[in-house]
Design a protein around this ligand. Structure first.
Ligand code: SAM
Length: 316
């Protein structure tokens, strides 16, 4: 899940969607005020009362689950998310991921959840991520790409694809290095911010693996900055990247990493974390030779540095 600055817990939406009932809305708004004072148990109590009035209120169950979790009432949170799972047919609130993270079990990515999450976040994304959470992955990735360019004698790239381009923070770094820059993202609102920058030759709203599979023209550079942590198992994405790159082309991406044996695991943040060696082995298995693999800090999360890896690989 995304980082939302304290005191609101990171798995709560800041937007209070209306329940359609005046009294329930008022209780929910008192609950939000209590949560902002970190009085999570009291906030949960009020939200539960609001939901008694409007039991079909999907966003309300999401808030209740978050308040209960923040209050340490894990069983109560699981009950709320189970209810959310039944009510939220499109999976916009990521109930499946929340339940899986709590159970410590594996989970598939939820594109509808990611789309809704970033649509919700788009307007404050850059201020929040860069200014508050120290996000520097675009700079770090661009530096790693430039180093590989220097070693391999690459002056600039022709066609480049920015996967999960978001608001264009990575694109701004890539623009001076490439002739043609295309961005793809699940979130229309993130894409709208990117479009305002005027740095992309083309922007497309699509899931990145589906987008790559639809490419008939090869790319010379493909980049995914802070994106694969929403994708989960990387076989389909890396195989599609390799197929889309021309021989000698470069892929550069960041990962959030973990030290366990599993190739991929779902973190409590609801983002996926990857193990270093299995991911590098996966790259090689799809024809991507590792040119650089550097540990990095992706950003801060609730005051703690998020460990990660910057990878640059060459299509053999
Ligand atoms: C943390 S933002 C990073 C944005 C940008 N790369 C940057 O560095 O600022 C992650 C972006 O990836 C997008 N995203 C996540 N999973 C995706 C997928 N499977 N296909 C396309 N976009 C995806 C999200 O919508 C979001 O805009």
């Amino acid at each position: 899940m995304l980082d939302v600055p304290p005191p609101v817990p990171s798995n709560l939406r800041e937007i209070q969607y209306s329940s359609g009932d005046l009294v329930a809305d008022r209780r929910a708004s008192y609950a939000a005020a209590l949560a902002s004072e970190r009085a999570f148990a009291e906030a949960a109590e009020l939200m539960a009362q609001a939901l008694e009035l409007v039991p079909q209120w999907v966003a309300g169950w999401n808030l209740l689950g978050g308040y209960r979790e923040a209050a340490g009432d894990v069983a109560g949170a699981v009950m709320a998310w189970t209810q959310l799972l039944h009510l939220d047919a499109r999976g916009l609130f990521g109930a499946r991921l929340k339940l899986a993270a709590q159970a410590g079990s594996g989970a598939a990515p939820e594109p509808a959840y990611v789309e809704a999450l970033f649509d919700d976040y788009a307007a404050r994304f850059e201020e929040s991520l860069v200014a508050r959470l120290g996000y520097r992955t675009p700079e770090t990735l661009a530096t790693a790409i430039e180093q590989v360019m220097a070693v391999r004698g690459i002056a600039r790239f022709g066609r480049a694809l920015d996967l999960g381009c978001g608001t264009g923070l990575m694109g701004a770094r890539l623009r001076p290095l490439v002739d043609r820059l295309e961005g793809v993202d699940l979130s229309a609102k993130m894409l709208a911010v990117a479009a305002q920058k005027g740095i992309y030759d083309r922007l497309e709203k699509a899931e990145l693996v589906a987008f790559l599979k639809g490419q008939s023209v090869a790319a010379e550079l493909i980049v995914a900055a802070d994106v694969f942590n929403y994708v989960g198992a990387l076989e389909p994405a890396l195989a599609a990247v390799s197929r889309t790159l021309q021989p000698g082309g470069i892929v550069a991406f960041s990962l959030e990493t973990h030290g366990d044996d599993d190739a991929v695991r779902l973190g409590p943040s609801l983002r996926f974390q990857h193990a270093v060696e299995p991911t590098l082995a996966l790259c090689r298995s799809v024809g991507l030779e590792i040119a650089a693999a550097e540990p990095t800090v992706i950003r801060m999360d609730r005051g703690v540095p998020v460990d990660g890896l910057i990878v640059v690989a060459v299509r053999v």
